[in-house]
Ligand binder design. Structure first.
Ligand code: ATP
Ligand code: MG
Length: 299
């Protein structure tokens, strides 16, 4: 059963973004009943339905208003936008947030044995890719005339299989390219997962639910980047110790039971404490130094 009053979010069913998407929804406080084979998962505590689909379908579902929100890689989004614009289909989305997962880059690569090559080498060559629109735009920008061979999978084997001279594919560590004897060249797009919204969405209840989720999303992001730092410090060296602590916040200074010389210092820092800083703090007389993760934040 589907209910059009419930906010619909499209996420990848199974693949590189699935676990991070599910974790994110959980961190936003969305309780989901996920059953492996089900296309739709209903939230039990909010009017939200999660559609689990192939990542390639997510931009279209959001652009056509079938789903209100979607989480998808920028690579897939940019490709779909260009393709749909060419077909005169709706291609607009509101990008609500860039998320901190799904990082990868779309890069050119060619057989290692050819050694380093300049852009001119691509002139007249065949390049295999799953991202023909992004690649064609790049080639037009760079004024390179090459033919684009569209492959939906196993792009990295194309040169060896004689299907193409070079490839344009997603890379995160470069291990796949190396394993296939390919040398990495220019990055033509850097990508992260992002949260997108149908720009025509007007339903007040849905919009206010989104406005409730967005500060939570910022809170989750901020909490991930922040640490709670606690330590004991000699009163006499407080200024020197504070000067070593990262972040802009003022620390809380608390009395320590039974000690005249020492105080406890607590602070939320926008970054972690490196071992070197902890060692310098210790040299100044700090002790019991704790660096703890923060689960949620609201300012
Ligand atoms: P689906 O069956 O949903 O179509 P898929 O095989 O197209 O899945 P995945 O390989 O799961 O997709 O990748 C999903 C997204 O993860 C990519 O579009 C990209 O945004 C991101 N990603 C992050 N790192 C990589 C990587 N090393 N290779 C490919 N994609 C990556
Ligand atoms: Mg896909």
């Amino acid at each position: 059963m589907t209910d059009s009053t419930r906010l619909r979010i499209a996420i990848q069913k199974s693949g590189r973004l699935s676990k991070d998407c599910q974790d994110l929804l959980k961190q936003l406080g969305v309780k989901l009943e996920l059953r492996e084979q089900r296309l739709i998962a209903h939230a039990t505590n909010m009017p939200i339905d999660v559609l689990r689909v192939r990542d390639d379908d997510i931009p279209g579902l959001v652009m056509d208003g079938v789903c209100d929100l979607g989480i998808v890689g920028e690579n897939v989004l940019v490709e779909a936008q260009a393709e749909r614009a060419r077909q005169s289909l709706p291609s607009d989305v509101n990008k609500l947030a860039k998320l901190d997962f799904g990082y990868c880059r779309l890069a050119l690569a060619w057989p290692q044995e050819l050694g380093a090559q300049s852009k001119q080498w691509f002139e007249g060559k065949r390049i295999a890719t799953t991202y023909p629109e992004i690649l064609s735009q790049y080639l037009a920008r760079e004024n390179i005339k090459a033919s684009v061979v569209m492959l939906t999978g196993s792009v990295e084997v194309a040169p060896r299989a004689g299907l193409a001279d070079a490839i344009c594919d997603l890379v995160s560590t470069g291990a796949t390219l190396e394993a296939n004897g390919l040398m990495q060249g220019e990055t033509i797009l850097e990508s992260n997962a992002c949260l997108i919204q149908n720009p025509a969405l007007q339903d007040d209840a849905k919009l206010s639910l989104i406005n409730k989720l967005l500060p939570r999303l910022r809170g989750v992001k901020q909490a991930k980047e922040s640490k709670y730092i606690m330590l004991h410090a000699p009163k006499a060296r407080l200024d020197e110790i504070c000067a070593l602590l990262p972040g802009t916040g003022q620390p809380t200074v608390l009395a320590l039971a039974g000690s005249e010389e020492l105080v406890a210092l607590h602070m939320v820092s926008s970054e972690t404490l490196f071992w070197e800083t902890m060692e310098s703090l210790k040299t100044l007389g700090a002790s019991s130094i704790l660096v703890m993760p923060i689960e949620k934040m609201m300012e």
